[in-house]
Design a protein around this ligand. Structure first.
Ligand SMILES: C[S@@+](CC[C@H](N)C(=O)[O-])C[C@H]1O[C@@H](n2cnc3c(N)ncnc32)[C@H](O)[C@@H]1O
Length: 237
């Protein structure tokens, strides 16, 4: 994939453009399975009292809300994203859920997080790291803001490897998905970028290595739904 396709300005504009239909399309295109992937990812975070977590590329805040759902009342979450369009919808959902005192949402870049070192008990990113041009820098930032012993949890699509399932998967993401995406969002292009970025993303073993090289230990991954997505978990040294 051409590096310019992940130009941060382009990515930010693209997400702000598709934001109004983002949640709806997620549910349609994944047949609702995306929710269980986020639940699984959030379940990898440490269960500690009065924990503080940060969700990077938080978008419409589904992961931030799931963190609150799975943790005790003292837990707080900061959500960061560089698309104002996505964050506006996220803020609305947080407000509707009555959680504005527990989830703070702010503009920021995954490669230059607006937090001090060793601030959080864990950091998460769901379907975001694939879009970050320098993804290793993104991983190091997620590690930098987490305390020693805390967790970095990364949920991302992976390229399905199964000989039997792969042709069907490639057909779905390259033909069906852009068609539905375009019909529902009314926007051309964004749902063409999605399959390209999914197929371009490194396989789990290689991504695990990148996490290790970014200063994390005990890195493991769990492949979900026939390897359509994977959750990588690393511990901060
Ligand atoms: C596919 S959405 C995922 C949103 C959300 N995490 C979820 O699970 O639905 C990707 C998000 O990553 C954000 N993003 C991409 N690159 C980013 C970067 N470098 N810094 C901050 N946010 C970024 C986009 O603005 C978008 O909201």
């Amino acid at each position: 994939m051409d590096k310019s396709a992940k130009d941060p300005q382009k990515i930010r504009t693209m997400f702000s453009t598709i934001a109004p239909r983002y949640d709806l399309l997620n549910r349609i295109l994944s047949l609702g399975i995306d929710r269980s992937w986020r639940t699984f990812a959030v379940n990898q975070l440490p269960k500690v009292e009065n924990a503080r977590f940060v969700d990077i590329a938080t978008g419409t805040c589904d992961v931030a809300l799931e963190i609150i759902k799975q943790h005790p009342p003292g837990t707080k979450v900061s959500g960061v994203d560089f698309s104002e369009g996505m964050l506006d919808l996220g803020r609305e959902k947080v407000k509707e859920a009555g959680l504005s005192d527990r989830i703070d949402v702010r503009v920021g870049d995954a490669t230059d997080l607006p937090f001090e070192d060793n601030t959080f008990d864990g950091s998460t990113i769901a379907f975001g790291i694939r879009n970050v041009q320098d993804y290793k820098k993104g991983i190091s930032e997620m590690a930098r803001v987490v305390k020693k012993g805390g967790k970095v949890v990364i949920l991302e699509f992976t390229s399905v490897q199964s000989r039997f399932f792969r042709p069907l998967y490639v057909f779905y993401i390259t033909k069906v998905l852009p068609f539905i995406g375009e019909c529902v969002s009314g926007k051309k292009g964004a749902y063409k970028y999605l399959p390209d970025s999914m197929l371009d993303f490194p396989p789990p073993e290689k991504f695990k290595q990148a996490m290790e090289e970014s200063g994390l230990r005990d890195v493991t991954f769990h492949q979900l739904s026939f390897g359509i997505s994977a959750v990588h978990v690393g511990t901060v040294k």
